[in-house]
Design a protein around this ligand. Structure first.
Ligand SMILES: Cc1cc2nc3c(=O)[nH]c(=O)nc-3n(C[C@H](O)[C@H](O)[C@H](O)COP(=O)(O)OP(=O)(O)OC[C@H]3O[C@@H](n4cnc5c(N)ncnc54)[C@H](O)[C@@H]3O)c2cc1C
Length: 306
């Protein structure tokens, strides 16, 4: 029996929600409804789901939604929710960590420290999943996800697993793209990664993590819904510095506000719509361009129907 037939015969074990409000799955706590949302129970279940889903059905992968704005008109296709689904993690020979795509950055950082491995402390500051960090090449305080990736595990739209090396991707600042991807062939999802860290000392790593989190609490508006840095830093400068220099801190549209604490963050004051947030993104972009000549590009992913 071919793998395809085998997968077709299996029952789905995960949870399918029809009309899923995406404000529940994004850190901005705003946005519309997804036509469907599937949360697999494990890798095998995800394989069955992917195999059964028609190849051309729109699919959107979400981890912790910490870099995501879903417009108020929602998403027509199915959201695949990886957080709390693919959450296996293990230590392999040679100090290699295998972490599945749904594992949160903080858990990964703590796991590495527990096993006296250093170089993964920065993951503690990123409130996303391994899958989201791979897709974004997330990083902070000098660390970057793909710097510690030995290889990744991916799944294609037929549910077939692959192992791929970093050389197979174009990797840059907050940018990752498979070199041979074609616009007409839906891309593969990240389902796991093997991370190569250095031998270290757990207590030193835990101390570094505590310091890093302390810095974040002091400089970021973590008590309000946000999606981290809204804009990518332009070469040789900081988006926050440019936004602040234009006097935009505190600028408000509806329920969305340029954070008073960190100018590259937009916070939801409580009742922000995705439109409020997106309009504020455009306003900031336009004013910074007009006053400084620098064009800021969003780092956050904006998806869905207006
Ligand atoms: C308070 C705060 C601080 C932050 N600080 C930082 C920081 O210091 N550095 C930084 O880089 N980012 C930071 N971020 C942004 C965000 O946490 C990262 O971009 C993170 O990597 C997103 O992970 P996620 O699981 O939430 O992805 P999501 O927001 O759910 O998705 C982001 C993108 O990745 C894609 N994606 C998600 N999972 C997969 C997968 N398994 N396979 C393929 N594609 C996938 C999605 O389709 C989407 O395009 C911050 C966010 C917040 C809220």
């Amino acid at each position: 029996m071919s793998e395809g037939k085998h997968l077709n015969a299996q029952e789905l074990r995960g949870t399918l929600t029809v009309r899923a409000p995406m404000h529940r799955h994004t850190s901005w706590r705003a946005g519309g409804v997804a036509a469907g949302l599937y949360q697999p129970v494990d890798l095998a279940d995800l394989q069955v789901f992917m195999h059964k889903l028609p190849q051309d059905a729109p699919l959107y992968v979400v981890g912790l939604g910490s870099n995501l704005l879903v417009r108020d008109g929602g998403l027509r296709g199915t959201v695949l929710l990886m957080h709390a689904a693919l959450n296996e993690m293990r230590l392999e020979a040679g100090g290699m960590i295998y972490a599945q795509a749904g594992i949160p950055g903080a858990k990964l950082a703590r796991y590495a420290a527990k096993h006296d491995l250093r170089g993964g402390e920065f993951f503690a500051g990123i409130p996303g999943t391994v899958g989201g960090m791979l897709a974004m090449n997330a990083g902070c305080y000098g660390g970057e996800t793909w710097n510690v990736v030995q290889r990744v595990q991916t799944m294609d739209r037929q549910g077939v697993l692959h192992e791929r090396m970093p050389e197979e991707y174009e990797i840059a600042y907050r940018h990752v793209k498979r070199k041979v991807e074609h616009a007409d062939i839906p891309g593969e999802l990240f389902v796991g990664a093997w991370l190569k860290l250095q031998p270290g000392d757990g207590e030193t790593s835990r101390q570094e993590i505590r310091e890093l989190l302390g810095k974040r609490i002091a400089t970021q508006p973590l008590n309000m819904p946000n999606a981290g840095s809204v804009f990518r830093n332009p070469p040789g400068d900081h988006a926050a510095r440019l936004i602040e220099s234009c006097g935009l801190k505190g600028k408000t549209i509806g329920g969305a506000q340029v954070s008073l604490k960190h100018a590259n963050f937009i916070v939801n004051l409580g009742e922000a719509t995705a439109k409020d947030i997106e309009s504020l993104i455009f306003e900031v972009q336009a004013e910074v361009k007009q006053k400084t000549g620098v064009e800021l590009h969003p780092e956050v992913r904006i998806v869905g129907e207006a």
